[in-house]
Each structure stands twice: as C-alpha cells, then as structure tokens.
Design a protein around this ligand. Structure first.
Ligand code: B3K
Ligand code: ZN
Length: 897
C-alpha cells in the first residue's frame, strides 16, 4: 500500500538531466467507480531532441493495475510493468501511446492521487501523485495540453469537473453521464485535477481588466453553501490585486475552487480547478474565527497567485520548488498586507509583517537548527513531499522580499515583468528568476545566489562607536552562521548580500536624518545598507549626539541580530521607534531576556521575581491609545514557549513554562485594572464584521481576558468569559471565552469549563471544522499535575468523533498536543514521546505524508535536557524500527544520524 523502500534513494539536484521524451498532448478518459476506476490515457510522445537517445520509454506509475497498451492504435506487447512504473520497449521517434489501467480510489487513504472523500472523488497530484492515476513522465519539465473526459453515475456524481473549459456534456446509458474538459494551457502533470460528486456552487461573473467575462465558482457540499461568501470575496480581491500590483490577469474563462474535508495540506493550485481543504474555504461568523477569515483570504490569494507564479511559469525540477512557493508566499503576504489597509497605513502593514516574522523565527529558524536544515534550493532529497518546508516557503519568501527591499517596488515589478516576458510557458530555475531581477535592474547578483544555496540562519553581530569630537557614528556589522547545525554548515561558502535597514534615533525619540560618509547631504531616516563582506563598517556623519540604533528595520533580512542593548534602551525603542516592527521587536527582546533569566532560575529551583521594567513597559503599551489595538495585542503577547526553549543553550520546556506562566500571572495581577478596562473598552457590539479593525478590538479584548484568567482568584475572568461565551454572536469570542475558562480551571484546579465545553460540542456537532477546534482547545490546554493533558488526549482518541484518517481531525488532537502544548508534551516521564511514537506509526500505515509531518516533531531532540533526550531517542528508535514509508523513514533517520 505505502511507499516502501528498504534503502531510500537519494535524488540529487546535480543529477538533473532533461527528459528523454516529451509528451505534447494527453487525452484522459475516466470511468469513475470508487473501488475500480478505469483510466485510459492517450499521449502524443516524441523523443526529446535535447536529450541523449534511449531505446525504451520509461514512465512512472504506482499502485496501478495494468490493463492494456497500444502504439498508434495497435496493441503493443513489448512492455514491462514494475514497482516504479512501466517500460515501453523499443519505441519509434514519435508516436501515439495509449495505456489503460485501473486504480482503487476508495482504498486510497494516502490522499495522494485519486481518492474518495465523503463519497466524492478528488485528486491531489503535487508533487508525484499523478503517477498514482496513470503512467506518465511525472516530472514538472514535461508540459502537455490536456483533454479530460469523465464518466460516472449521474445520481451519485452529478457534478464532473476538471481543468480548463467544459466543452461537452451529456447522458450515457445505465444512468451514467459524461463531461469533457479542455485545458488550453500546457501544464505539468502535477497541476492536473478532477472532482466528481454531489456538490453545489456559489457563482459570480466578473469582468477582468481587459473587459473579458469570467465565471467564478466555489464548490462545496450542499450544507456548506452558507459558508462560501468570504472565499468568493477573497478570490475577487485576489484577481483585482494581481492586476493592479503586477499587471497579471486571469487567463481562463472559468476559475473554480472546490472544498474537500480530507486533505493533506492547505490547498492546491491545479490549473483553473483549485482544490482546498475545507478549513481554508468555509467561514461564517458562527463557525470561523477572525484568524480563520484572514487565513482563508491568504490561502485563496496564494493559490490564485500561483496561476502565474507556478502554473504559467513552472519549476524545471522539484529542487526549484521555492521558485514558485517562495515567490507566491511573498505575493500572498503583500496581498494580505494590502487587504488590511497596509498600502496606506504603515501600522497595519507592520502587524502583518510581525505575524509573518514570528512564524519564520519560531519555525524556520528551528528547522535551520536541526537535522532537516537545507537551503532554499535543496541539494538532495529522499522524499520530495518532505521538502515542502518552512525554509522553501517562508525563508524563500524572505529571499524574494529582499529583491524588493534592494530595488524598491518599481524595480521589483520590472524584474517580474522581465521574468514573464522571458519565461511564460516554460519550466525554469531559481537562477532564471534571479537573472531577471538582476538584468531588469542592471545589477550583478552573483553573490545573491548564496541565499539559495546556503543553509542555516545567518547571524549579524553589531557594534557601534560614537565619536563625540567628529560627530561621527560608525556601525560595524559582522556576519557568520553562529551555531549552525552540521547539516547547515556543510553548505556554507561565504558572506551573503544582506540588505540591512537601519535608522538612528535621537535623544528626543525622533529619527535623525542620515548622511553616510562620502555623501553630500542627508537622505532619509531609514537606509538600506548593502552588507556584503564578512565584516563591514558604515559611518554616519553629522550626528549631533550619540544616537540609539534601530537595527534591521521591518526585518529587512532573515537573520539574527545581536546587539547589546540595555533594558532602558529597549524600553526607549518600544516607546519611540518610528519603525513599528522594531517597536514590537524591542518589547520582545525585553521580554525574552527576562523570561530566559527566569527560566534559568526556575531550572535551578530558585525563587522568581519579575523585573519592574518589563511590567512598566507592558503597562505603557497597554494604555497607549496612539497604538492600534492589533499592534498592542501583538506587543503584549509574550514570546511562545517553543520560541523561548529554542533560545536556550539546552532546551528546558518545564522551566520555560514555569517562567512564562509566572510572568503572565504577574502581568495579569499588577495590571488587573487596566486589563479589565481594556476588556470593556474593546467590545464589538452589533453584527459581526471580519474587518481588520474589528478583529483588532476582539484580539486585544480577548488577550485581556486571557491575562485575567491567570489570576489566583479568577472570578472576574470566569464571570466575563461565561457571559461572553453565552452571548457570543461569533466564533472568535466564543472560542476565546472557552479557552479562558479552561485556563482558569487549570490555573486554580477549579472546574469552570465543563458546561461550556459540553455546550460547544452539542451546538456544533454538525460542523467538523468547529469540532476540530473543540479537540484542539482541549489538547492545548494547560493541564495540571492532578490531570495531565495526555490523559485527556488519550480519552479523546476514543471519542466517536475522533478519526485518525481525517488529517484535520488528526491535527486537531494529536498535532495540537505534540506541537502546541510543549509543557505537557515534554512531560518528564516521557509519556508524551511514547504517545507520539505510537501515533506516528499508526499514521504511517494510513497516510505517510501526514505521518512524516508529525515525525518531525522530535527532530531537535539533541538540544533538550539529558533527562528528556533519552526518552526522546527511545521514541525515535521505536519509530525507526517500525516505519514502513519512505516519507517517515527519511525524517527519523536524519534525526538519529
Ligand atoms: N503547491 C501546494 C502544495 C503541495 C504539497 C505537496 N506535498 C500548495 C501550495 O503551496 O500552494
Ligand atoms: Zn504554494
């Protein structure tokens, strides 16, 4: 069933060779039956003039039953079927090949290839799922035009969809019907899709910039039609934004989004037929939180933007994955910033930036520190699905963003225009993208290649010197890779081109005009220094008094900055920096420093006491009405336990938890009156609106509630949360209230949550995405010595609504506990790790891609305290001994190596 391989084969970028054959057209005919679907695949094949001659044609295929083969319509017997596909021996230079085979979608629990979910058919082909549907040159540099005919029982599958345009449909005998689709654009096989089943659509017709009519559809199961409006609006906004910002127009007459509840990831950009996890489509105020609404907008945008960055111009090979993913993440980040008002409003823009950087630092920096560390353009892989990573996506987006930081929006646009002018319709490389940026801007970007080829998180150490007599201020930057993991160190060759944005703040808190040595006049108050050497000094002249540096403004490069700020300086930056990102950053540095000091004391069994400077600084932010609510929410959120544990020389989750809870309780207690006032002030009465402003008020109000739930006497929090739970007209408030009740219960040993928890379940029993939240809230609750959360999780695994085969449900309970509840997961008795090993192995037999994600949860095991390291290693070894899939094997073998 699964991808077994005793010795995994390593695929290397250096071994790339063009395909021996090309396939120009593909004609697919499907007879859709859950247990045995017949696929007839007719291809025009020819030898590739750009490749060495081979006698045989090798096509990939997996889990397929062979039925027949024909060349130029005559049966052909010289074929060999094997584990990895089919060999068609001794073929002519140019021919029509017809292969007929069968697959079993009903038994396909991997959710790769053709599968059944809730009685409907769906496909997922990226990266290598097409070969589970039919034999093919299943690699992205083989691009063909597709015609697809779908035949199925009409009552069971009234809707039949594929890529492109519907060109024919009609009834057949025996209650069956058919639909024929043609996609006018050449595409790689990973962008193929079909959907068949009982679905309904929200439809909208729009005109795009050139005046062309387009049909937009969001397809869902009938009971979900009331949750499609936001996805449709997000799609329309995406189409408008891509026209305005990049001059890119929708190229098909019809664009479809389909929601499916069994899906391995977020969504998939199949040409004209995007398939989405329901989580990133379905929303109404009762079922979806503000975060869900924002995520839907971002993912709809992301997949839509792929139509140009990924589909029109695609990847030559999978090592180039960041060519489409990094670029498209950057595009969706810019889109979300614009939608939150960020094009006019710097504070709104900073909020989005802060959220993105938090994810990058917590997740991607951690990836860089472990055995899976790899460059944005990896050099090798065993299973490509393991390389849809934070590095390829999020660091990749930073690498794209830095072009814009260096060349400005206009220069970046010129580069994009040249990229499409040169490469539309092609399968290309990261080097091609860099060349377009370089040529459009008249720059040599040879050194910039290192951002693609070097792994690890760069560290920039900053020292400054003020020369009172000369009024000169010099800033010395030194770059290296700090304590990079061995996997990262192997790839490092030399210094990077780092765009380092800097400002200088005067004693009155305002920005100084900046004049670098050699310049005749000051130019702006933020400068992007091009830092290219291992060490470099930049000198500012005419600096009237010793300034305070604001470093790496707006996080202008994905690096760690080390500079010895004093606590008072950080408080000053938090109060005054004109760069909103760095205001937030100053608060985080202050909090991180304090929390790490407290964690060290907690680990040593010493008493804890919070520094007044931190409480004062947080109190000022809380009451600073000049700051937007969403910025205050972010600034008042302490760094996560996971992030803090990663900052320790030796990670100690229990000590981090003790320190962070202690500070939360102190902040809750000392600022109690302010939290209560904030809670009242930021209520959003009236009809729910998912706007960024309203979401900002709710976010700050609910943060106040969460701090209040930490108090020794949580009566206020319990009263407010209970009332909010009962009166809520939206999921954001209802879930936040339930979370506060769970927290107050854990903090005090009381039982304030059980009524609401039971109510929540019965109220939303028919809404799977809400029941996912019900599982996740319980899996991430604090728990206590009396009732460790693992017991709750084990009990919930027996709940009738739990289902390991549904990835969303597995993530809501198992992943939430293992990845989002570090203090409980890393219990000293190793019970969390034993649970993890059992679940990885159980999932491995069902769905290797999902199992491999969970498997990554222990990869940083060597960085933990010795007491935890041993049970972690034992759990990893247990998985290594029982693993079946190549996916999970690659992860655990790298972790143990
Ligand atoms: N391109 C898909 C991801 C496919 C993952 C395959 N394991 C979604 C996206 O990034 O838009
Ligand atoms: Zn993507």
């Amino acid at each position: 069933m699964t991808d077994t391989a005793a010795t995994p084969n390593v695929i290397r970028r250096a071994d790339y060779a063009p395909p021996a054959f090309l396939i120009d057209t593909v004609d697919l005919e499907f007879d859709l039956v859950p247990e045995r679907t017949i696929v007839k695949n007719t291809m025009r094949v020819r030898r590739n003039p750009a490749a060495a001659h081979t006698r045989d044609l090798e096509l990939m295929g997996e889990q397929l039953e062979f039925v027949s083969a024909a060349i130029d319509a005559k049966p052909y017997a010289n074929v060999r079927i094997h584990e990895h596909g089919i060999t068609i021996e001794d073929v002519p230079d140019s021919f029509e090949l017809t292969l007929t085979g069968a697959c079993d979608p009903a038994a396909n629990t991997t959710l790769s290839g053709l599968y059944v979910s809730s009685g409907n058919f769906f496909t997922q082909c990226e990266a290598e799922g097409f070969r589970r549907i039919t034999w093919f040159l299943d690699r992205p540099d083989v691009m063909a035009t597709y015609t697809v005919t779908l035949r199925a029982d009409k009552a069971a599958y009234p809707v039949l969809l594929s890529n492109g345009n519907l060109v024919a449909e009609g009834d057949l005998s025996d209650g069956r019907h058919f639909a024929k689709w043609e996609d006018p654009f050449r595409k790689p096989s990973y962008l193929f899709a079909l959907v068949a089943g009982k679905l309904v659509a929200l439809e909208e017709r729009i005109k795009t910039g050139s005046g062309t009519d387009k049909l937009l559809q969001v397809w869902v199961e009938p009971h979900d039609l009331d949750k499609t409006r936001h996805a449709m609006d997000s799609l329309i906004h995406s189409i408008r934004w891509d026209e305005a910002r990049f001059g890119l127009e929708l190229d098909l007459d019809r664009f479809m989004i389909v929601a499916v509840s069994d899906f391995n990831m977020g969504a998939m950009e199949n040409k004209g037929l995007n398939i989405f996890n329901t989580k990133y489509v379905l929303a109404n105020p009762e079922t979806a939180t503000d975060t869900d609404f924002a995520n839907i907008e971002a993912v709809v945008g992301h997949e839509y933007f792929h139509n140009w960055t990924g589909n029109r111009v695609t990847c030559r090979d999978w090592f180039q994955l960041s060519l489409k993913e990094g670029l498209t993440v950057f595009r969706d980040q810019e889109f979300s910033a614009a939608m939150s008002g960020g094009d006019e409003n710097a504070a709104a823009r900073a909020t989005k930036r802060i959220e993105d950087v938090r994810v990058l630092r917590q997740m991607q920096f951690a990836e860089d520190a472990g055995p899976m560390a790899h460059p944005v353009r990896p050099e090798s892989y065993v299973e490509i699905n393991n390389f849809y990573t934070m590095t390829v996506y999020e660091k990749g987006a930073e690498v794209v963003r830095m072009y814009q930081t260096l060349f400005g929006r206009d220069g970046f646009r010129k580069g994009m225009d040249l990229y499409f002018q040169r490469h539309d319709g092609q399968a290309v490389t990261c080097d091609d993208f860099r060349a377009a940026m370089a040529d459009a801007n008249g720059r040599d970007l040879a050194q910039y290649e290192r951002w693609y080829s070097q792994a690890g998180t760069p560290r920039v150490r900053v020292t400054t010197r003020y020369d009172e007599a000369q009024k000169r201020y010099s800033v010395t930057l030194a770059q290296d890779y700090g304590n990079a993991s061995p996997a990262a160190r192997e790839t490092q060759k030399g210094p990077l081109l780092i765009p380092f944005a800097i400002g200088l703040i005067g004693t009155d808190g305002t920005d100084l005009p900046l004049c670098l040595e050699g310049e005749s006049a000051p130019n702006g108050t933020t400068r992007v220094l091009e830092f290219t050497e291992a060490q470099q000094t930049f000198t500012f002249v005419d600096v009237p008094a010793k300034p305070l540096p604001s470093l790496l403004r707006n996080f202008s490069a994905p690096v760690i900055v080390e500079y010895d700020y004093g606590n008072d300086e950080l408080a000053f930056l938090l109060a005054h920096d004109s760069d909103a990102f760095n205001r937030w950053e100053a608060g985080q540095r202050l909090a991180t420093r304090e929390l790490l000091a407290l964690a060290a004391r907690a680990a040593a069994g010493e008493s804890l006491e919070v520094n007044d400077a931190l409480v004062d600084a947080f109190g000022r932010v809380l009451n600073d009405e000049s700051l937007s609510p969403s910025f205050r929410e972010l600034a008042l959120m302490l760094p996560s336990e996971t992030y803090l544990a990663e900052q320790m020389a030796v990670s100690d989750p229990a000590a981090v938890h003790a320190a962070r809870q202690f500070v939360r309780k102190q902040l809750g207690t000392v600022l109690k009156a302010d939290w209560l006032a904030t809670f009242e002030k930021h209520r959003t009465p009236g009809a729910y609106e998912p706007t960024p402003e309203a979401a900002g008020h709710r976010g700050l109000k609910n943060l106040a509630l969460s701090y209040l739930s930490e108090l020794d006497d949580p009566a206020d929090a319990v009263r407010l949360a209970t009332a909010q739970y009962d009166a809520a007209n939206n999921m954001t408030d209802r879930a936040a209230a339930l979370s506060a009740l769970l927290n107050a219960s854990a903090a005090t040993g009381g039982d304030f949550a059980s009524r609401a928890l039971a109510d929540f379940y019965t109220r939303f029993e028919r809404e799977p995405l809400v029941i996912d939240k019900w599982f996740a809230l319980q899996a991430t609750q604090r728990g206590s010595a009396k009732r460790p959360v693992i017991e709750t999780v084990r009990a919930l695994m027996q709940h009738p609504a739990f289902n390991l085969k549904n990835p969303n449900r597995a993530r809501s309970l198992i992943f939430s506990f293992c990845a989002a509840n570090p203090a409980q997961f890393h219990a000293a008795d190793g019970s969390g790790y034993a649970f993890w090993a059992d679940q990885v192995l159980a999932l491995d037999a069902i769905n290797p891609q999902v199992a491999a994600r969970l498997a990554r949860n222990l990869e940083l095991w060597r960085r933990f305290t010795p007491q935890l390291r041993e049970p972690m290693r034992a759990a990893l070894e247990k998985v290594a001994a029982g693993v079946k899939s190549r996916d999970v094997r690659e992860i655990v073998e790298k972790a143990l190596a």
